[in-house]
Design a protein around this ligand. Sequence first.
Ligand code: SF4
Ligand code: SF4
Length: 454
Amino acid sequence: MYKLSKYLVFTDIINPNENSSGHKRLLYSTRNGLSLVVSNEIYNNLTSNRQDLIESGYWQQLIDMQILVPIEEDEFELIINQNNANNINTLGLVLHTTANCQFGCSYCGQQHTKKNIDKVVVNMVLTYVEKKLQTGDFLHMFIVWHGSEALMSFDDLRKMSKQLIEIANKYKVSYHAKIITNGLSLKPTVFEELYFDMLVTNYQITIDGSKEFHDNRRMLKDGGPTFDIIINNIITITNQPWYPAGHKAIAIRVNIDKTNSGGIFGLIDLMESHGLQKKISIDYRPVENYVDNKFKDNHGLTKEQYAEFEIELLLYSLEKGFSIPDIVPERQYDACMAVVKDFVVLDIYGNVFPCYNFPYTNHKLESANKIGNLAFDESTFNQDGPLRNWYQEIATTKNACYHCNLLPVCGGYCPLKWQEGEIACPSYKYNIEDRLVLNYLYGKVDVREELLKN
Ligand code: SF4
Ligand code: SF4
């Protein structure tokens, strides 16, 4: 006996102008991230619990796609068990080389100081990594260079990369690295060294709209502009013969609120005029409150407003030929790094955190969630804070995520936001149907079309 899975999304009819006998909808199974085109008749039979009226030939596919699931199955428990059992054999480290940043962004919640990582802490980081790899539990190491602004201490980043790569080689572990940077110091020679010598293959650079919008919110600490330098860096880098365009190494992050939404289309046009659509990808996000900086409360769009605007942006970007990763989210086994015990943030003081939001802030949830400090033995570490136990919290509190049809692709998105008392849902909670249609029209990624007739 089978029942309709609770982890499904159906769109409205996607071809309303056709004869009603040919009406079809998209059906998205969040248990596996796959989409299917179904006839409206199958939709009606599924949602009215008349599976018996569906031709038996279609049953197997509905079962294979986990649209129909065994009647006795506890789907929530199964998803959480799969999440907990998922081991990607990866040691993940968000590393800082400095507590300094040249920028004074309007929405930043960090307090920067002109201090770089000490040699003593570098050695503690390397010892921590080596001890982890000695366990033999890992096949991969993934580094995210983060800050503050990682490139403000480039020499430390260079030395640490070399040493980390040596350790990875010694233990025959694959090495992958990404950097989150404001892009100001990312000159072509810096990029070339990062990419080819330090094996940094992914670059997240934030540009918050066209020049007048970006410079009004991502300015230097003294108020100076940054847009022209960053854009020039990106254009010069992506025009080099060695730039890995096919791999789209650079992702432009755009943080959006009421005050810059008018400047995003101009940025897209500018990037298109430089042929960047084939060389970079774009990642749109709503501005969030960042610890004590409640910029979003005063300037943010509502979740619904943002979701609606985002669809316009996605459509515009796709029409211009840009790549947008994850228009339709895939199955996600980790809400984020905070729930993964082998993924930690290490700041320049040796503090070990489960989440990006703690370094150089006075977060009220820090003491409950802090894992420890590298100066002390790992036996003193606390891996039992509320963020690490997020899935357990969903199960026991039966919060919104417990009841949500998007849980398998979302996981609760940002446990910290929920614990701060905010609604953490990603934009796709509010625009998933439009995203499914966009994906169908532009990407057709994983959209199957077998169940059109009945
Ligand atoms: S964060 Fe929102 S969208 Fe994600 S699982 Fe929880 S309720 Fe659903
Ligand atoms: S809890 Fe939220 S802020 Fe922290 S790492 Fe996860 S997604 Fe990021």
